[in-house]
Design a protein around this ligand. Structure first.
Ligand SMILES: [Ca+2]
Ligand SMILES: [Ca+2]
Length: 441
């Protein structure tokens, strides 16, 4: 996986003109984006098991079908998919096979988790196809084609085809986190993201939309808690509520909720060194944002939507323009004004072998495909742009067990790894790296 087949690119760090982030010049950062998988259909996710296999798993989206592909330790994209499932939607639809997380004990127990949008035609809980979390148990963890059992863990009603979140990851506490969108359409018309219990709209009951969920999927329960919104009270469930969730045991708030006031937390991650949580929350009409929660924080859990879009007032029923100050909600650490950018893609704090990137937060935007490098700070994070990257529609980032960071690009149908550049660089074509998509999330 480490061979370099393309010429060096010098990616210069430049000043940006975005509001909200304290832009600062930095020294040029020499980085090479090494293609590790090409010719994919529409890559939307990257994950690596901590099993010593050196494999990389890629979520590849096709019309009506989600696939998992494997890049083996020799760097070869295997032809036979690891796993295939029928889903609703497909590339650029926000629906499909959306998330993949390996159980911390995958090397022994072969367990992994997936999120997807249920295929059309079946019974559904809400007005749109359900969002589903499943557990897979591979009979042979080292196998490159899945065989084993599959069990549904949690099925959520959805309101509209868009804003489905879908990212999942295990935290340092071994609980599974699931970023769930606000249900969709636009502007969260029923206020789901601020609702902590359940709401009935047109005869359908909705809950847990516009949230970051925290679930103990490793401890099924024989009797679900009374406020376990995704299960029947007293009934068996394939997950339980962590005892230190903010609303565990609350009478009229869902126990699964970790954070709320999120619009569409599509891609997000834990910093493997600090265990801080960094969330890319896709904006509505004007502002994209990166949200932050320090590990162990006791700060507020309301990230603002739909009262706020970024640091700005949104809800017409509200008042004021300095949203965090007037609403008391958690402000983003970065916001991007719409322009070429229109749909943020959260990434990772880099903890891998490239010294120049260590401690920096890498992220992008689906519409302009440009890579940003942010420097975490006390409140607003400064960031710079990388010029000359081949990426055009960045859908996701991923990290392997060595801390290498990968970027999935739907525009070039390629997954790249961030590598260091040690040699002087050559010029790159000026027209690379800034494509617009006609159908952003
Ligand atoms: Ca939705
Ligand atoms: Ca927010």
């Amino acid at each position: 996986m480490r061979k370099r087949t393309h010429s060096w690119l010098l990616l210069s760090a430049l000043l940006t003109g975005t509001a909200g982030a304290a832009d600062a010049p930095g020294p040029p950062v020499a980085v090479h984006l090494t293609p590790v998988a090409t010719g994919l259909t529409a890559p939307i996710g990257v994950a690596a098991p901590a099993d010593g296999s050196g494999r990389l798993f890629i979520l590849d989206s096709a019309p009506g079908q989600g696939r998992i592909r494997v890049v083996d330790a020799a760097g070869k994209l295997l032809v036979a998919p690891y796993y295939v499932r029928a889903v609703s939607g497909g590339p650029r639809s926000e629906q499909g096979l959306l998330g993949l997380a390996f159980d911390p004990g995958f090397a022994r127990n072969g367990t992994l988790y997936l999120t997807y949008t249920a295929a059309p035609g079946g019974a559904q809980l809400g007005a749109a196809p359900d969002q589903v979390l499943v557990r897979l148990r591979a009979s042979h963890p080292a196998a490159n084609v899945f065989a084993g059992s599959e069990q549904e863990v949690l099925r959520l009603p959805d309101y509209a085809w868009n804003h489905n979140g879908g990212g999942i990851a295990f935290g340092p506490d071994n609980y599974l986190y699931w970023g769930m969108g606000d249900g969709g359409r636009g502007g969260d018309p029923h206020g789901f993201a601020q609702d902590l219990w359940h709401k009935t709209v047109d005869g359908k009951r909705y809950h847990l939309l516009g949230k970051m969920l925290r679930l103990d999927v490793r401890t099924p329960t024989a009797a679900a808690a009374a406020n376990q919104c995704g299960a029947g009270a007293g009934q068996p469930a394939q997950y339980s509520i962590p005892h230190d969730n903010p609303f565990a045991g609350a009478g009229d708030k869902c126990g699964e909720i970790w954070l709320y006031g999120l619009r569409n937390p599509w891609r997000w991650s834990f910093d493997r060194q600090t265990h801080d949580l960094v969330i890319g929350d896709v904006g509505q009409n004007a502002w994209e944002e990166i949200d932050f929660r320090a590990h162990g924080s006791t700060a507020g859990r309301d990230y603002g939507w739909r009262r706020c879009e970024g640091r700005h007032h949104y809800d017409p029923a509200g008042a004021g323009t300095d949203c965090p100050a007037t609403t008391g909600t958690v402000a983003p650490v970065i916001e991007l004004a719409h322009g070429p950018a229109c749909s943020i893609t959260g990434g990772y704090v880099y903890r891998g072998p490239v010294a120049a990137l260590r401690g920096k937060y890498l992220y992008s935007d689906y519409c302009d495909g440009r890579i940003r490098i942010a420097t975490p700070g006390a409140s607003a994070w400064s960031h710079v742009m990388l010029d000359g990257t081949p990426t055009r529609n960045v859908s996701s980032f991923g990290e392997d067990t060595d801390g290498n960071v990968y970027v999935a690009d739907m525009g070039t149908r390629t997954v790249y790894r961030f590598d260091g550049a040690t040699a002087p660089a050559q010029a790159v074509p000026a027209d690379q790296g800034a494509a617009r998509s006609p159908d952003p999330p």
